[in-house]
Design a binder for this molecule. Sequence first.
Ligand SMILES: [Zn+2]
Length: 68
Amino acid sequence: MLFSSTISVVSYVREFFEDFFANNEMLMCHFCDHNINFQTKNTIITHIGFKIHACNKKEKEKQQIKKR
Ligand SMILES: [Zn+2]
């Protein structure tokens, strides 16, 4: 079996499952409806650090609590 040198989206999803999910080989943010270029881990970490991301995350969490 051949393994490509490109890091698969799945490995990142495993690492950042709280914030991202895989969608058509793309890394998507749960909270911002934003897709990430996952070739560079920095992009992911930068995105998680964004204020807007933290805000969206809080809002989603609030909504989920309300639903229950
Ligand atoms: Zn985000």
